[in-house]
Design a protein around this ligand. Sequence first.
Ligand code: HEM
Length: 430
Amino acid sequence: MVHQHLGQDFRRLWSFHRDPLKTLSQIARAQGPLASFHMGPWAFVLVSGGAQVHTLLNTHGKHLIKGPGMDANNPLIGRGPLVAEGDLWKMERLAIQPAFDHGRFADYGTWITQATRDYCHQVIRTKATTSDHDMLVLTMRVVLGTLFQGDASVSALQEMAQAVQTVMTYFYQRSRSVLRWPYTWRVPGTLPYHRAADRLQPWMAEFLQGPRKSLVAERLHQALPNDPDAVLQTALTLIMAGHETTGHALFWTLLLLAANPAVQARLQQEVDDQLRGQCPQISSLDRLPYLKAVILESLRLFPPVWLLSRSNPHPLTLEGETFAPRTFFLVSPYVTHHLSSEFPNPDDFDPERWLQGDQEAYALAFLPFGKGPRSCIGRDFALLEMQLVIASFVQALTLHPISGTSWRPVPRLSLLPPPGMRLTVSPRST
Ligand code: HEM
């Protein structure tokens, strides 16, 4: 009997390694909202469904810590706000919060629209295609310009976006590996990571110390005057978490629009009717409800952060069941977003559901930005950016349908679009 279970647990581990989205979805469907299971020797509880996720992350959120995958020794982001716990996390979150106040969004909006228009002109002049990497470069420029008052050449932005992808790939491989060298060891296989980290750290430090000090830089230096590592790692977290997620989310949205010409045409119509050729601005967004619906639906189908983890220092009772300290909870936005009990016809791209459907139920089960005290500080910033970029994009360009390409998302630390995919675009005559 024990052997039978062991075999099953290792088969599950293997299946997770091959296709984590499918494996977790199957577990949630088979076992319901609180699914206890083993993968190899490790025990997990997968929490899915709007109500149960809300209870875990909101109701009990302040009694939880991040799961063991979040490595405090990580020399780039381990002491930044995504991973840090306790007082350090509180200080960092408080220090960067004013940069996300809505009062700053009009200025950010101008920068975002300008950067997108530059990009669209460049596409029209040169290659007539767009890619995930292009979106990562655009969002890198946005986060640098808005939060750090910096700019850089296209080639520098491309290099840094590539460096972020390299370190993220390394962190992902490391998180799945049993044998983990100390971060400082430069052994074969880790060299691309070291080269990328050696470029990113001084580059970021320059923006923190440069003559045009941003609000983020000033507040971090004030809050953590004796902790330069935490200052640098908070800035790196903002650059990495801020540009990577939004870049992939934008490319997923472009892919969905290219594959659904009727949705794209309706969106272009809304943008044309409401903006009449003017640049999209923050004040125009209320008049573009279909745009918002397209973006929410894209984040539902392909949430860039597809897996969250938590642990409980103390016993925790959920739905009448008590979990021992150090239980490893998993929450997958992807799995919950694809439950038919939460979203009818969950695999369809149907922006209309955000205009007609059961908004309250959807809000509970919709968690691309997480929930509770550790939810994304950049949520409204990212939504603003996505709306302005997509509005500017469809105003200037038409995306062409794609055929014969696999749509399978690639789950790494983020949910990546199929690698190497390029979309053909053409300028609009309006
Ligand atoms: C579509 C874009 C984005 C998505 C899908 C996203 C998603 C998330 C999620 C799910 C979390 C919570 C992680 C957890 O619970 O363990 C998170 C945290 C975080 N995000 Fe985002 N994010 C996005 C954009 C941004 C932007 C634009 C920024 C900043 C410029 C940002 C900065 C952060 C930070 C600093 C945290 C840590 C918050 C904390 O623990 O206090 N994110 N993000």
